[in-house]
Design a protein around this ligand. Structure first.
Ligand SMILES: C/C(=N\NC(=N)NO)c1ccc(NC(=O)c2cc3cccc([N+](=O)[O-])c3[nH]2)cc1
Length: 319
C-alpha cells in the first residue's frame, strides 16, 4: 500500500509487530535519530459507513493528540492517505496484555494489581477530561516491556466519546418548547455514562486474576449478552482459591448491572485492595520516573498518583 511521502521521509517502516481488527502495527525507525516507534496503520474502509467513520476518526485523532498521561499511549506523528491513517506512537515492547492473559494464563495477584491500578489512573484521567473510552479490553492495554513489573498504556480510542456538554448547552440555547423531558433530566448520561468503563475494567480485572472471561458462550445455557444483562458470572474455585477476598470484592463491586449501583473509578481507587504502599510506590516510579530519580521522596511524602490529580496538589513534576 502506498505510504505518505512525509512518513517515508521521516521514518523507515519495517516489519509488522502487531495486527488488529482494523489494521496492523509496524516497527519504524526515525531516520534522523534511529529511535524506534510503532506505526499503527488504520484502513479507513474498515470503519462503519462513511458518516460515522470520519467522525470517529476525527474524534479519535483529536483525543490522541489532546491526552497527556503516563498510562495513555502518546502520539508522535500522524499522516493519512485517501485509504489509511498512519499513527506514529511510542514503542510498547511488551505488546498487548491480551497475549499475557490468553490461553488461561493467570497473572500473579501483585502483577494484576499493579496493572489494574495503572488502568484506573488512565481511565480516571480520561473521565476527568470528559472522555469515555468505551472499548477497554486486553487488546487495548499495551505493556512497556516483557517484565511483569512494567508500565502499561491504554490505547485505541476508536469507540471513545467526548462527553458533549457543549452540545447540550447549544441545545438549551434554542427554544426549549419542543425538547423532551429526558433531555433535561438525563442530559449527562446520554447513551453511555462513565460507568461503562468501570464495568469493562471489572471484566479486565477478572480476566487478569483468573485467566478466563466472566461472561463466555461456553458457560451455562444463556448467551453472553444474557449473562451480562443478568450480571451472572462464576468464580471457578480452582482458579480463585488463591486470590484475596479484597481482590474478589473489587471485581464484585465493578461487575454490578445497575450503573448507579456500580462502584465508580474514584471509589475503586480508594478500595482497600489498592491501599498497598509497595504497589503504589512501584506504580509511582514507573509512571513518574523523573521524580524518583532526582530525589526519592520519603514514603510519607509519596502522594499516590491518582490523589495528586484529585487534590490538584501541584508538584514540580513536569507533565
Ligand atoms: C490508536 C490505536 N487504535 N485506534 C483505532 N482506531 N484502532 O481501531 C492503536 C491501537 C493499537 C496500538 N498498538 C500498538 O501500538 C502496539 C501493538 C503492539 C504489539 C506488539 C509490539 C508493539 N510494540 O510497540 O512494540 C505493539 N504496539 C496502537 C494504537
Amino acid at each position: 500500500s502506498s505510504l505518505p511521502k512525509g512518513l517515508q521521509e521521516k521514518y523507515l517502516l519495517t516489519r509488522q509487530i502487531g495486527v488488529g481488527v482494523c489494521g496492523e502495527v509496524r516497527l519504524a525507525f526515525e531516520r534522523s535519530t534511529c529511535n524506534k516507534f510503532a506505526v499503527k496503520v488504520i484502513n479507513k474502509k474498515n470503519f462503519q459507513s462513511e458518516g460515522t467513520a470520519t467522525r470517529n476518526a476525527e474524534t479519535e485523532i483529536k483525543i490522541l493528540q489532546r491526552i497527556d498521561h503516563p498510562c495513555l499511549i502518546k502520539t508522535q506523528d500522524f499522516y493519512q492517505t485517501e485509504d489509511s491513517y498512519f499513527i506514529v506512537l511510542e514503542m510498547m515492547e511488551g505488546g498487548e496484555l491480551f497475549n499475557k492473559v490468553k490461553s488461561q494464563q493467570q497473572l500473579k495477584e501483585s502483577v494484576a494489581k499493579l496493572y489494574f491500578y495503572q488502568m484506573l489512573c488512565a481511565v480516571h484521567y480520561l473521565h476527568s477530561n470528559g472522555i469515555i473510552h468505551r472499548d477497554l479490553k486486553p487488546e487495548n492495554i499495551l505493556l512497556s516491556s516483557s517484565e511483569d513489573v512494567c508500565l502499561i498504556k491504554v490505547t485505541d480510542f476508536n469507540q471513545s466519546r467526548i462527553l458533549e456538554e457543549a452540545a447540550l448547552m447549544r441545545t438549551l440555547c434554542g427554544t426549549p418548547s419542543y425538547l423532551a423531558p429526558e433531555v433535561f433530566t438525563h442530559a449527562n448520561t446520554t447513551g453511555y455514562g462513565l460507568a461503562v468503563d468501570a464495568w469493562s475494567l471489572g471484566v479486565l480485572l477478572f480476566v487478569c486474576l483468573s485467566g478466563y472471561a466472566p461472561f463466555h458462550e461456553n458457560f451455562g445455557n444463556y448467551s453472553v449478552s444474557e449473562q451480562i444483562i443478568r450480571g451472572e458470572f462464576t468464580m471457578i474455585p480452582k482458579k480463585w482459591e488463591h486470590i484475596s477476598n479484597q481482590a474478589k470484592d473489587m471485581v464484585r463491586k465493578l461487575l454490578v448491572v445497575d450503573p448507579k449501583e456500580r462502584m465508580s473509578i474514584a471509589e475503586a481507587l480508594q478500595h482497600p485492595w489498592l491501599q498497598d504502599q509497595e504497589m503504589l510506590a512501584t506504580a509511582q516510579r514507573l509512571m513518574y520516573p523523573n521524580d524518583a530519580a532526582c530525589h526519592p521522596a520519603p514514603v510519607a511524602m509519596v502522594t499516590p498518583a491518582h490523589q495528586e490529580a484529585e487534590s490538584g496538589y501541584t508538584t514540580h513534576r513536569k507533565r
